[in-house]
Write a new protein. Structure first.
Length: 673
């Protein structure tokens, strides 16, 4: 039976889930389309999705279009769930990219487009929400052509817009389609536009075929069947991206879409051989050795770990031994399943082109599973670094005891989360792709029996020296028997990195005590001199000192080294430093002024602005303390049309007035224990 695996991707709120429900309905898979708003959709089936009204995880729904089975992979729109988006696109063979007829191309649109480019995916562009107020097909079509890389061309035109949207005109056949049925000739007021855009479509089609180009330039008339065959070949090969106007809510424009999905999108076998990391090829057929990639994982309360597979080649039967070539471990899944929404249906075999699931095996997102007799490893799924962090505070001792095991389950499911213990602040931290991502992670931990409060993490400040100074440290103690005696003088000066050396001459301090002095210096550096933060960027030189044949010891010189460092550091103009991040913000051009103004209030240094289509990329150096809640702020400023990344770049001095406040607060904190 012919199969199409199609990912549905877009910026948030472009209507992906609504489209999926409409396609399920027109195909006869459901008697009535579900709704995101009332929590009845097939794809958004988790409690968190129903409560929030948007997709959090990718889901697979099946529908039949004639003899063809179409697996739709409905993806989240929020960038917080990038693992789900990229995994689902990579598991598919083609992509439906939705662009709102009201909002146009957004940051999320460009993000999924770039992912589809990376994997050479054929695409259909759906201009959704054509029935909404302020919908403008022609303005958004221009936006698509200007912003998205590749030959995007209208394949249909809308009959009416906004509330008057009632059908579409197929540009190849010049036939109007209303209520899913051909309705005869083109409306009179669209005749000129249809001819103009039909000419653009024909030119885009012939440019994908050298033989057709020559005939077209010689003035030969190409018949409709020939044009349609060339059109489908171009869509199939990813040489042309047709743009179709639709309203999923009113189910207008879906007939041309379903026809194009069946006739124009490639089957799993037609995508060509796959290449492993070592360069070997694997044909995507049932007769080839088995190989599959895990495109997402989850933890089910009854089934345990569930690994969702895209089978690239071969056949898998329950009980077969597989090699997880990513971690070099053999596994043996006892049960195999196909997936449809929340339902897993047990099957005896999974074969090339299928989307399935296995349970209770050691497999993580991006892992390759293969026949041990014919090993292969595909490229891993590349995911961005986390940008948002919260500190975790278990509410009770029982919650603290359960946290580690629960967190392990969460990290197995979602590799974009990062769990750490910050040695500088002593806090447990959880990092992810944004505030929504972490809110949902904390909710999942609560469902696993771990109640947590969260807070903004403490900043790991540092101290350094801006001047040069030297001081003596003497540790002398007599309490009966052997005493303690250590004496050294050190010089401190600023340096790009910590160094320790000796300038002792004449045997004033035996060489065997120098390591003890350095140990004392490093202990003092960890405790700091201003506010208890570690000192960095210092060159330490031991100048001279004295010792006692009987009473000197490593312990005594360790104490002397610490005393000498602290005394000298207090004279060497110590300053407080804060971590600085490189921030890159991608926003539509109209938000540039707002972003720049906001960054100025965050003590940022804007380093550059680069245009990328309709998007501007703003680069800035900004203190970490100023962007700890940037995820929510950016969403508020841009209506979720912005995206950003953060990367640690170094430390800088804290302004004096702010430093005084931070030091005072820190001293109070230390005094309270």
């Amino acid at each position: 039976m012919p199969v199409r695996n199609v990912s549905v991707a877009a910026h948030s709120s472009a209507g992906k889930t609504t489209l999926t429900e409409a396609l399920l309905h027109v195909s006869g898979a459901v008697s009535r389309p579900g709704s995101v708003d009332d929590g009845t959709s097939v794809s958004d089936h988790t409690e968190a999705e129903r409560a929030r009204g948007f997709s959090i995880q990718s889901s697979v729904v099946q529908l039949r279009l004639g003899e063809t089975v179409v697996n739709l992979l409905d993806t989240p729109g929020y960038a917080d769930f990038v693992r789900e988006i990229r995994g689902a696109i990579r598991a598919a063979d083609s992509v439906l990219v939705l662009v709102s007829a009201v909002s146009g191309v957004e940051v999320g649109t460009e993000r999924v487009w770039a992912t589809a480019d990376r994997f050479n995916m054929p695409r259909i562009v759906l201009m959704s929400k054509m029935d909404r107020e302020r919908a403008d097909f022609y303005a958004v079509l221009s936006d698509i052509r200007a912003s998205l890389k590749g030959p995007c061309v209208a394949a249909s035109l809308p009959i009416g817009q906004e509330a008057q949207f009632e059908g579409v005109v197929d540009l190849l056949t010049r036939r109007a389609i209303r209520d899913g049925q051909p309705d005869g000739p083109v409306p009179d007021d669209l005749t000129g536009l249809v001819e103009t855009y039909r000419t653009q479509l024909i030119e885009a089609i012939v440019e994908t075929d050298d033989a057709l180009v020559e005939r077209y330039l010689e003035g030969e008339t190409l018949d409709d069947q020939e044009l349609r065959a060339a059109y489908l070949r171009a869509v199939h090969a990813g040489l042309l991206y047709p743009v179709l106007p639709v309203s999923a809510v009113r189910q207008i424009g879906l007939a041309p879409l379903t026809t194009l999905m069946v006739d124009g999108l490639r089957s799993p076998e037609e995508r060509g051989p796959l290449t492993g990391q070592d360069g070997q090829k694997r044909e995507p057929t049932p007769d080839a050795p088995f190989s599959a990639r895990v495109w997402r994982t989850s933890v089910d309360p009854y089934l345990g770990r569930v690994a969702y597979l895209r089978v690239w080649s071969g056949r898998l039967h329950a009980g077969d031994t597989l090699l997880n070539s990513t971690i070099r471990l053999e596994v043996r899944p006892a049960h195999l399943y196909t997936v449809n929404g929340k339902d897993l249906t047990e099957v005896s075999e999974l074969s090339a082109g299928m989307l399935g699931a296995i349970t209770r095996v050691e497999a993580h997102t991006g892992d390759t599973l293969c026949d041990p007799a014919a090993p292969i490893q595909y490229d891993p799924l590349i995911l961005p670094d986390p940008v948002h962090t919260v500190a975790l505070h278990p509410r009770t001792r029982q919650d603290e005891d359960r946290l580690s095991a629960a967190m392990q389950r969460l990290l197995e499911e979602d590799p974009t989360l990062r769990y750490d213990h910050d040695p500088d602040t002593g806090e447990l931290t959880l990092s992810g792709m944004g505030d929504l991502h972490l809110d949902i992670a904390v909710q999942k931990l609560a469902a696993l029996g771990v109640a947590l409060d969260t807070s903004t993490p403490k900043i790991a400040y540092r101290e350094t020296l801006r001047g040069t100074a030297q001081a003596q440290g003497k540790h002398k103690k007599q309490s009966g028997g052997h005493g303690q005696y250590g004496d050294c003088t050190v010089r401190l000066e600023p340096s790009a990195a910590y160094t320790f050396g000796s300038e002792v001459v004449g045997g004033a301090i035996p060489g065997k005590y120098l390591p003890a002095i350095e140990k004392g210096v490093q202990e003092a550096m960890r405790r700091g001199v201003l506010a208890g933060y570690p000192v960095q960027g210092v060159r330490v030189a031991v100048l001279t000192g004295s010792y006692h044949e009987v009473d000197s010891s490593e312990q005594a010189f360790r104490m002397a080294g610490a005393l000498a460092f602290r005394a000298a550091a207090q004279q060497a103009r110590p300053v407080l430093q804060e971590p600085v991040m490189t921030l890159r913000v991608r926003v539509p051009a109209q938000y540039t002024g707002d972003i720049i103004s906001d960054l100025q209030t965050r003590r940022a240094r804007v380093q550059g602005m680069e245009p990328e289509g309709t998007v501007i990329v703003i680069s800035a150096a900004v203190p970490q303390a100023e962007v700890q809640a940037y995820s929510a702020a950016l969403r508020s400023m841009t209506g979720d049309r912005g995206a950003y990344s953060l990367k640690f770049s170094g430390y800088q001095d804290v302004p004096q007035a702010l430093a005084e406040r931070i030091i005072a607060e820190r001293q109070r904190e230390l005094a309270q224990g």
